[in-house]
Design a protein around this ligand. Structure first.
Ligand code: SF4
Ligand code: SF4
Ligand code: SF4
Length: 364
Protein backbone atom coordinates (compact mmCIF):
# COMPACT_ATOMS: atom_id res chain seq x y z
CA UNK A 1 0.00 0.00 0.00
CA UNK A 2 2.70 2.36 1.05
CA UNK A 3 4.80 1.49 -2.04
CA UNK A 4 2.00 1.86 -4.54
CA UNK A 5 1.15 5.24 -3.07
CA UNK A 6 4.75 6.44 -3.48
CA UNK A 7 4.94 5.12 -6.98
CA UNK A 8 1.78 6.89 -7.92
CA UNK A 9 3.08 10.11 -6.42
CA UNK A 10 6.47 9.89 -8.13
CA UNK A 11 4.96 9.55 -11.59
CA UNK A 12 2.80 12.58 -11.06
CA UNK A 13 4.12 15.92 -12.56
CA UNK A 14 4.09 18.77 -10.03
CA UNK A 15 1.13 20.96 -10.60
CA UNK A 16 1.94 24.63 -11.26
CA UNK A 17 -0.72 27.05 -10.35
CA UNK A 18 -1.98 29.12 -13.29
CA UNK A 19 -0.96 32.45 -11.71
CA UNK A 20 2.62 31.26 -11.18
CA UNK A 21 2.72 30.10 -14.79
CA UNK A 22 1.63 33.50 -15.90
CA UNK A 23 4.31 35.16 -13.80
CA UNK A 24 7.00 32.98 -15.34
CA UNK A 25 5.72 33.80 -18.77
CA UNK A 26 5.77 37.50 -18.00
CA UNK A 27 9.36 37.16 -16.72
CA UNK A 28 10.39 35.56 -20.00
CA UNK A 29 8.68 38.32 -22.00
CA UNK A 30 10.38 40.97 -19.87
CA UNK A 31 13.78 39.41 -20.51
CA UNK A 32 13.13 39.26 -24.24
CA UNK A 33 12.05 42.89 -24.27
CA UNK A 34 14.95 43.98 -22.01
CA UNK A 35 17.63 42.16 -24.04
CA UNK A 36 18.02 44.86 -26.68
CA UNK A 37 18.28 47.48 -23.91
CA UNK A 38 20.99 45.48 -22.18
CA UNK A 39 22.88 45.16 -25.45
CA UNK A 40 22.30 48.86 -26.10
CA UNK A 41 23.57 49.83 -22.64
CA UNK A 42 26.63 47.62 -23.11
CA UNK A 43 27.33 49.32 -26.41
CA UNK A 44 26.98 52.73 -24.77
CA UNK A 45 29.54 51.76 -22.14
CA UNK A 46 31.92 50.45 -24.79
CA UNK A 47 31.48 53.62 -26.86
CA UNK A 48 32.21 55.80 -23.81
CA UNK A 49 35.40 53.89 -23.02
CA UNK A 50 36.49 54.09 -26.70
CA UNK A 51 35.87 57.84 -26.68
CA UNK A 52 37.96 58.26 -23.53
CA UNK A 53 40.82 56.27 -25.03
CA UNK A 54 40.56 58.21 -28.30
CA UNK A 55 40.54 61.50 -26.40
CA UNK A 56 43.66 60.45 -24.48
CA UNK A 57 45.30 59.42 -27.74
CA UNK A 58 44.34 62.75 -29.37
CA UNK A 59 45.63 64.65 -26.36
CA UNK A 60 48.90 62.80 -26.64
CA UNK A 61 49.10 63.45 -30.36
CA UNK A 62 48.17 67.11 -30.07
CA UNK A 63 50.42 67.74 -27.03
CA UNK A 64 52.99 70.19 -28.33
CA UNK A 65 56.46 68.82 -29.02
CA UNK A 66 59.54 70.98 -28.89
CA UNK A 67 62.71 71.03 -30.94
CA UNK A 68 65.34 70.84 -28.19
CA UNK A 69 69.04 71.11 -28.91
CA UNK A 70 70.46 70.73 -25.43
CA UNK A 71 69.55 70.13 -21.82
CA UNK A 72 72.41 71.44 -19.75
CA UNK A 73 72.57 69.98 -16.27
CA UNK A 74 74.11 71.79 -13.30
CA UNK A 75 73.86 75.17 -15.00
CA UNK A 76 74.90 77.91 -12.58
CA UNK A 77 74.83 80.99 -14.84
CA UNK A 78 71.20 80.87 -15.92
CA UNK A 79 69.33 82.00 -12.82
CA UNK A 80 69.66 81.31 -9.10
CA UNK A 81 71.01 78.04 -7.70
CA UNK A 82 71.70 74.84 -9.60
CA UNK A 83 69.50 74.54 -12.65
CA UNK A 84 68.74 72.51 -15.73
CA UNK A 85 68.80 74.79 -18.76
CA UNK A 86 66.66 73.59 -21.65
CA UNK A 87 67.76 75.09 -24.96
CA UNK A 88 65.19 75.32 -27.74
CA UNK A 89 65.94 75.72 -31.40
CA UNK A 90 64.84 78.72 -33.43
CA UNK A 91 65.48 82.44 -32.97
CA UNK A 92 64.06 85.46 -34.85
CA UNK A 93 67.26 87.43 -34.13
CA UNK A 94 70.61 87.04 -35.84
CA UNK A 95 73.04 88.66 -33.44
CA UNK A 96 76.49 89.20 -34.89
CA UNK A 97 78.05 87.78 -31.74
CA UNK A 98 75.66 84.84 -31.24
CA UNK A 99 77.38 82.28 -29.02
CA UNK A 100 74.74 79.66 -29.88
CA UNK A 101 74.59 79.83 -33.70
CA UNK A 102 73.27 76.26 -33.76
CA UNK A 103 70.13 77.59 -32.05
CA UNK A 104 69.08 80.03 -34.76
CA UNK A 105 67.52 77.74 -37.38
CA UNK A 106 64.18 76.17 -36.50
CA UNK A 107 65.24 72.84 -38.04
CA UNK A 108 67.62 70.05 -36.98
CA UNK A 109 71.20 70.53 -38.16
CA UNK A 110 74.25 68.32 -38.56
CA UNK A 111 77.42 69.26 -36.75
CA UNK A 112 80.69 67.91 -38.18
CA UNK A 113 84.04 68.18 -36.41
CA UNK A 114 86.64 66.88 -38.92
CA UNK A 115 89.45 66.41 -36.39
CA UNK A 116 87.32 63.94 -34.42
CA UNK A 117 86.83 61.76 -37.49
CA UNK A 118 88.62 58.39 -37.31
CA UNK A 119 87.80 57.53 -40.96
CA UNK A 120 85.78 54.42 -40.06
CA UNK A 121 83.58 55.02 -43.11
CA UNK A 122 80.30 54.05 -41.40
CA UNK A 123 78.63 57.36 -42.30
CA UNK A 124 79.52 56.82 -45.98
CA UNK A 125 77.73 53.46 -45.97
CA UNK A 126 74.46 54.70 -44.50
CA UNK A 127 73.97 58.10 -46.11
CA UNK A 128 71.22 57.86 -48.77
CA UNK A 129 72.52 60.99 -50.51
CA UNK A 130 76.26 60.17 -50.59
CA UNK A 131 76.99 63.34 -48.63
CA UNK A 132 80.06 61.76 -47.01
CA UNK A 133 82.89 61.06 -49.41
CA UNK A 134 86.56 60.26 -49.26
CA UNK A 135 88.61 62.56 -51.50
CA UNK A 136 92.42 62.39 -51.41
CA UNK A 137 92.10 60.45 -48.15
CA UNK A 138 90.13 63.36 -46.73
CA UNK A 139 86.56 63.04 -45.42
CA UNK A 140 84.44 65.57 -47.31
CA UNK A 141 80.89 66.34 -46.12
CA UNK A 142 78.71 67.78 -48.89
CA UNK A 143 76.03 69.66 -46.96
CA UNK A 144 74.09 70.80 -50.01
CA UNK A 145 72.82 67.26 -50.59
CA UNK A 146 71.99 66.60 -46.94
CA UNK A 147 68.35 66.02 -45.99
CA UNK A 148 69.23 66.16 -42.26
CA UNK A 149 67.80 62.70 -41.66
CA UNK A 150 70.44 62.11 -38.96
CA UNK A 151 71.27 58.51 -39.96
CA UNK A 152 74.99 59.16 -40.22
CA UNK A 153 75.08 60.71 -36.76
CA UNK A 154 73.81 57.53 -35.09
CA UNK A 155 76.59 55.55 -36.83
CA UNK A 156 79.39 57.91 -35.84
CA UNK A 157 80.77 56.51 -32.60
CA UNK A 158 83.65 58.99 -32.64
CA UNK A 159 81.03 61.76 -32.29
CA UNK A 160 82.51 63.67 -35.21
CA UNK A 161 78.95 63.89 -36.54
CA UNK A 162 76.10 64.98 -34.31
CA UNK A 163 72.46 65.82 -34.81
CA UNK A 164 71.57 69.17 -33.30
CA UNK A 165 67.91 69.43 -32.38
CA UNK A 166 65.53 66.62 -31.66
CA UNK A 167 61.81 66.57 -31.06
CA UNK A 168 60.88 65.99 -27.43
CA UNK A 169 57.57 65.94 -25.58
CA UNK A 170 56.99 67.94 -22.42
CA UNK A 171 56.99 64.65 -20.46
CA UNK A 172 60.36 63.65 -21.91
CA UNK A 173 61.95 66.98 -21.01
CA UNK A 174 60.40 66.95 -17.54
CA UNK A 175 61.66 63.40 -17.05
CA UNK A 176 65.22 64.64 -17.62
CA UNK A 177 64.81 67.81 -15.59
CA UNK A 178 63.27 66.12 -12.55
CA UNK A 179 66.23 63.76 -12.21
CA UNK A 180 68.04 66.64 -10.47
CA UNK A 181 65.18 67.68 -8.20
CA UNK A 182 67.20 67.28 -4.96
CA UNK A 183 69.84 69.70 -6.29
CA UNK A 184 67.23 72.34 -7.09
CA UNK A 185 65.69 71.92 -3.66
CA UNK A 186 68.95 72.33 -1.78
CA UNK A 187 70.32 75.21 -3.91
CA UNK A 188 67.18 77.22 -4.69
CA UNK A 189 67.55 76.34 -8.37
CA UNK A 190 65.14 74.94 -10.93
CA UNK A 191 64.42 75.03 -14.65
CA UNK A 192 65.62 77.68 -17.11
CA UNK A 193 64.14 77.83 -20.57
CA UNK A 194 66.60 79.26 -23.07
CA UNK A 195 67.52 79.05 -26.73
CA UNK A 196 67.35 80.34 -29.36
CA UNK A 197 64.22 82.19 -28.36
CA UNK A 198 61.84 80.00 -26.34
CA UNK A 199 58.90 82.24 -27.26
CA UNK A 200 59.28 81.08 -30.87
CA UNK A 201 58.08 77.62 -29.75
CA UNK A 202 55.40 79.26 -27.68
CA UNK A 203 52.91 76.38 -27.16
CA UNK A 204 55.67 73.99 -26.12
CA UNK A 205 57.41 76.50 -23.86
CA UNK A 206 54.14 77.37 -22.14
CA UNK A 207 53.25 73.70 -21.62
CA UNK A 208 56.73 72.94 -20.26
CA UNK A 209 56.70 75.87 -17.83
CA UNK A 210 53.19 74.90 -16.69
CA UNK A 211 54.37 71.36 -15.93
CA UNK A 212 57.49 72.66 -14.18
CA UNK A 213 55.33 74.85 -11.96
CA UNK A 214 53.01 71.90 -11.23
CA UNK A 215 56.11 70.01 -10.08
CA UNK A 216 56.99 72.92 -7.76
CA UNK A 217 60.06 74.09 -9.73
CA UNK A 218 61.46 77.61 -9.81
CA UNK A 219 61.27 78.75 -13.44
CA UNK A 220 63.40 81.26 -15.37
CA UNK A 221 62.66 82.25 -18.95
CA UNK A 222 65.55 83.67 -20.95
CA UNK A 223 64.17 85.83 -23.72
CA UNK A 224 65.15 88.49 -26.21
CA UNK A 225 61.78 90.16 -25.56
CA UNK A 226 60.96 89.90 -29.25
CA UNK A 227 57.37 88.63 -29.05
CA UNK A 228 53.95 90.11 -28.29
CA UNK A 229 52.62 91.35 -24.96
CA UNK A 230 49.68 88.90 -25.15
CA UNK A 231 52.07 85.99 -25.29
CA UNK A 232 54.18 87.22 -22.40
CA UNK A 233 50.97 87.74 -20.44
CA UNK A 234 50.25 84.01 -20.74
CA UNK A 235 53.70 83.19 -19.33
CA UNK A 236 53.30 85.38 -16.22
CA UNK A 237 51.78 82.68 -13.93
CA UNK A 238 54.62 80.28 -14.64
CA UNK A 239 57.77 82.44 -14.69
CA UNK A 240 59.60 83.45 -11.51
CA UNK A 241 62.36 85.43 -13.24
CA UNK A 242 62.69 86.74 -16.80
CA UNK A 243 66.31 86.75 -17.93
CA UNK A 244 65.79 89.63 -20.34
CA UNK A 245 68.46 90.34 -22.95
CA UNK A 246 69.37 93.94 -23.69
CA UNK A 247 71.73 93.79 -26.62
CA UNK A 248 71.89 97.34 -27.95
CA UNK A 249 70.18 100.59 -26.99
CA UNK A 250 70.64 102.57 -30.20
CA UNK A 251 67.70 101.64 -32.52
CA UNK A 252 69.77 101.82 -35.73
CA UNK A 253 72.59 99.76 -34.31
CA UNK A 254 70.14 97.27 -32.80
CA UNK A 255 68.69 96.62 -36.23
CA UNK A 256 72.18 96.31 -37.70
CA UNK A 257 73.58 93.98 -35.01
CA UNK A 258 70.55 91.75 -34.42
CA UNK A 259 68.45 92.01 -37.59
CA UNK A 260 65.31 93.14 -35.69
CA UNK A 261 64.02 96.51 -34.44
CA UNK A 262 64.48 97.58 -30.81
CA UNK A 263 61.00 99.01 -30.23
CA UNK A 264 59.03 95.73 -29.71
CA UNK A 265 61.67 94.62 -27.20
CA UNK A 266 61.33 97.82 -25.17
CA UNK A 267 57.54 97.40 -25.32
CA UNK A 268 57.89 93.92 -23.80
CA UNK A 269 60.11 95.28 -21.04
CA UNK A 270 57.48 97.93 -20.34
CA UNK A 271 54.71 95.32 -20.36
CA UNK A 272 56.49 92.95 -17.95
CA UNK A 273 57.32 95.86 -15.67
CA UNK A 274 53.66 96.91 -15.49
CA UNK A 275 52.56 93.35 -14.79
CA UNK A 276 54.77 92.85 -11.74
CA UNK A 277 57.35 90.50 -13.25
CA UNK A 278 60.84 90.05 -11.84
CA UNK A 279 63.55 90.77 -14.40
CA UNK A 280 67.29 90.24 -14.53
CA UNK A 281 68.72 92.29 -17.41
CA UNK A 282 71.29 90.29 -19.39
CA UNK A 283 73.67 92.48 -21.34
CA UNK A 284 76.18 90.96 -23.76
CA UNK A 285 79.03 93.44 -24.17
CA UNK A 286 81.12 93.16 -27.30
CA UNK A 287 84.28 95.24 -27.82
CA UNK A 288 84.05 97.33 -30.96
CA UNK A 289 80.24 97.02 -31.15
CA UNK A 290 78.25 97.88 -28.03
CA UNK A 291 81.03 98.43 -25.45
CA UNK A 292 80.24 102.14 -25.50
CA UNK A 293 79.52 104.66 -22.76
CA UNK A 294 76.21 105.72 -24.33
CA UNK A 295 75.06 102.06 -24.21
CA UNK A 296 76.17 101.65 -20.58
CA UNK A 297 74.25 104.82 -19.70
CA UNK A 298 71.14 103.46 -21.44
CA UNK A 299 71.41 100.19 -19.48
CA UNK A 300 71.56 102.20 -16.24
CA UNK A 301 68.50 104.22 -17.28
CA UNK A 302 66.53 101.08 -18.19
CA UNK A 303 67.30 99.55 -14.81
CA UNK A 304 66.32 102.72 -12.95
CA UNK A 305 63.09 103.31 -14.84
CA UNK A 306 61.73 99.74 -14.47
CA UNK A 307 61.04 98.61 -10.92
CA UNK A 308 60.80 94.99 -12.19
CA UNK A 309 64.55 95.00 -12.89
CA UNK A 310 66.16 93.36 -9.87
CA UNK A 311 69.73 93.20 -11.17
CA UNK A 312 71.98 93.51 -14.21
CA UNK A 313 74.20 90.70 -15.48
CA UNK A 314 77.06 91.65 -17.80
CA UNK A 315 78.06 88.97 -20.32
CA UNK A 316 81.46 89.72 -21.90
CA UNK A 317 81.82 88.54 -25.48
CA UNK A 318 83.20 85.07 -25.95
CA UNK A 319 84.19 83.87 -29.42
CA UNK A 320 82.83 80.36 -28.80
CA UNK A 321 80.18 80.94 -31.47
CA UNK A 322 82.82 81.09 -34.22
CA UNK A 323 83.89 77.46 -33.86
CA UNK A 324 80.27 76.38 -33.43
CA UNK A 325 79.40 78.12 -36.69
CA UNK A 326 82.17 76.22 -38.47
CA UNK A 327 80.79 72.88 -37.23
CA UNK A 328 77.36 73.53 -38.74
CA UNK A 329 78.80 74.91 -41.97
CA UNK A 330 77.88 78.54 -41.35
CA UNK A 331 79.95 81.67 -41.49
CA UNK A 332 79.98 83.83 -38.38
CA UNK A 333 79.74 87.55 -39.23
CA UNK A 334 82.30 88.13 -36.51
CA UNK A 335 84.71 85.44 -37.65
CA UNK A 336 87.44 88.05 -37.99
CA UNK A 337 86.91 89.35 -34.47
CA UNK A 338 89.22 87.30 -32.31
CA UNK A 339 89.69 89.71 -29.45
CA UNK A 340 87.69 89.04 -26.37
CA UNK A 341 87.79 91.26 -23.31
CA UNK A 342 90.31 90.92 -20.51
CA UNK A 343 88.96 90.65 -16.96
CA UNK A 344 90.04 94.22 -16.18
CA UNK A 345 88.06 95.53 -19.14
CA UNK A 346 84.89 93.74 -17.97
CA UNK A 347 85.43 95.14 -14.47
CA UNK A 348 85.59 98.67 -15.95
CA UNK A 349 82.23 98.15 -17.69
CA UNK A 350 80.66 96.92 -14.47
CA UNK A 351 81.98 99.92 -12.54
CA UNK A 352 80.66 102.33 -15.17
CA UNK A 353 77.16 100.82 -15.09
CA UNK A 354 77.13 100.41 -11.32
CA UNK A 355 77.90 104.13 -10.97
CA UNK A 356 74.59 104.83 -12.73
CA UNK A 357 72.22 102.62 -10.74
CA UNK A 358 71.62 101.21 -7.28
CA UNK A 359 70.58 97.84 -8.71
CA UNK A 360 73.36 95.24 -8.40
CA UNK A 361 75.55 94.82 -11.48
CA UNK A 362 77.71 91.71 -11.82
CA UNK A 363 79.57 89.53 -14.24
CA UNK A 364 77.58 86.58 -15.56
S1 SF4 B 1 69.01 86.22 -29.41
FE1 SF4 B 1 70.49 84.79 -28.56
S2 SF4 B 1 70.20 82.93 -29.72
FE2 SF4 B 1 69.20 84.53 -30.86
S3 SF4 B 1 70.75 85.21 -32.32
FE3 SF4 B 1 70.91 86.53 -30.54
S4 SF4 B 1 72.47 85.60 -29.25
FE4 SF4 B 1 71.81 84.05 -30.74
S1 SF4 C 1 81.29 57.77 -39.02
FE1 SF4 C 1 82.28 59.45 -37.99
S2 SF4 C 1 84.35 58.74 -37.57
FE2 SF4 C 1 83.49 57.40 -39.13
S3 SF4 C 1 84.09 58.31 -41.09
FE3 SF4 C 1 82.10 59.12 -40.59
S4 SF4 C 1 82.54 61.03 -39.51
FE4 SF4 C 1 84.40 59.85 -39.52
S1 SF4 D 1 71.96 63.54 -42.18
FE1 SF4 D 1 71.23 61.97 -43.61
S2 SF4 D 1 71.41 62.90 -45.62
FE2 SF4 D 1 72.62 64.14 -44.22
S3 SF4 D 1 74.65 63.36 -44.37
FE3 SF4 D 1 73.71 62.27 -42.68
S4 SF4 D 1 72.83 60.44 -43.56
FE4 SF4 D 1 73.33 61.81 -45.25
Amino acid sequence: MHNSFNHQFQNQKPRIPARQKKLRHLDKVKKIIALPYLIYNGLLKKEASCRTLLQEENNMNSAPKGLVFDIMKFAIHDGPGIRSAVFLKGCPLHCHWCHNPESIESKPEISFIPNKCISCGYCMRVCPNTCHQLRDKQHVYIRDNCSRCGRCTTECHARALELIGREMSVDEVMGEVLKDLPFYQTSGGGLTLSGGEPMLQFEFSLALMREAKKAGLHVCLETSGFSTGERYEETLPYVDIYLFDVKESDPQKHLEFTGVPLEPILNTLEFLDKHGATIFLRCPIIPGLNARDDHFEAIGRLANSHKAVARIDIEPYHPLGISKSDRIGKKSPLAMLTRFPENEESETWIKKIQALTEKPVSLS
